[in-house]
Design a binder for this molecule. Sequence first.
Ligand SMILES: CCCCCCCCCC(=O)SCCNC(=O)CCNC(=O)[C@H](O)C(C)(C)COP(=O)(O)OP(=O)(O)OC[C@H]1O[C@@H](n2cnc3c(N)ncnc32)[C@H](O)[C@@H]1OP(=O)(O)O
Length: 235
Amino acid sequence: MTEQTFNYFDLPIGESPEPTPVSEQRRELARELLAISEQLVRLDADESALADYTAQARALREQLESHGHRSMRDILGRLITGQGSRQDALDMAEFEILSGPASPLSPPMTLWLDGDTVRGSATFGRVFMGPPGKVHGGVLALALDMLMAKTQDFVTGLGMTGTLNIRYLAPTPLNTEIRFEARLNRLEGRKLFVEAKVFAGDTQTVEATGIWVSARGDYRLRDRFAHLAPADQPA
Ligand SMILES: CCCCCCCCCC(=O)SCCNC(=O)CCNC(=O)[C@H](O)C(C)(C)COP(=O)(O)OP(=O)(O)OC[C@H]1O[C@@H](n2cnc3c(N)ncnc32)[C@H](O)[C@@H]1OP(=O)(O)O
């Protein structure tokens, strides 16, 4: 059977392909590291116990350093020509901050398309705290950036966040499932106008609008999302 190949410009934003055995293990390692970070917050251990943990952590880091890293330049080179392997595609997606399941900096937040809406879900632990018991506003801004960028799955073209406006309506609780949704408002040349909401239970805690700017060329709706064009704006 021939191996599936992956093209950078067709990779869904914030979603990973089916994990390889290596990726499964990377994810487990990341979950352990995040769990360790959660334990460290206000850990009530004495100085000698902490010194022991530090030595163990240093030994683990030194072991990890002996492996090196897969080259981003080579991975991108293969993906941009449509010759990326599944591991290459995984390497691009699974270390994203907040959404990448192999990143210890991720709850992880899951992102998916639901018809014309981008949806997200995450439960933030104490390492993501801002006000006591609540999620840090900057973390929510990052989560919204990841979520809203995924509206680029509706279009051809890929760009960076140009503008992000956020209004915090109510505190967002830790250790609670938080739901996110984003919709594409309109396209205007190289600009994509996006809006988003954050919910804790039935309470909307954040609203946001943003503009993404395509790196090259105008954004165009992909054929299967042509219905997203307003009546007065051709796809
Ligand atoms: C391509 C790689 C994709 C990678 C995806 C991963 C991204 C992960 C999420 C991020 O962390 S993104 C990082 C945070 N964002 C940045 O660092 C962006 C920094 N800003 C820039 O690099 C440039 O300012 C930018 C590319 C956004 C625009 O520069 P350009 O020189 O290409 O645009 P230009 O000035 O020609 O303007 C093109 C249009 O966009 C508009 N525009 C420019 N900057 C804007 C802005 N910041 N916000 C809103 N609109 C903006 C501008 O008015 C104009 O509109 P009109 O065509 O109607 O005249």
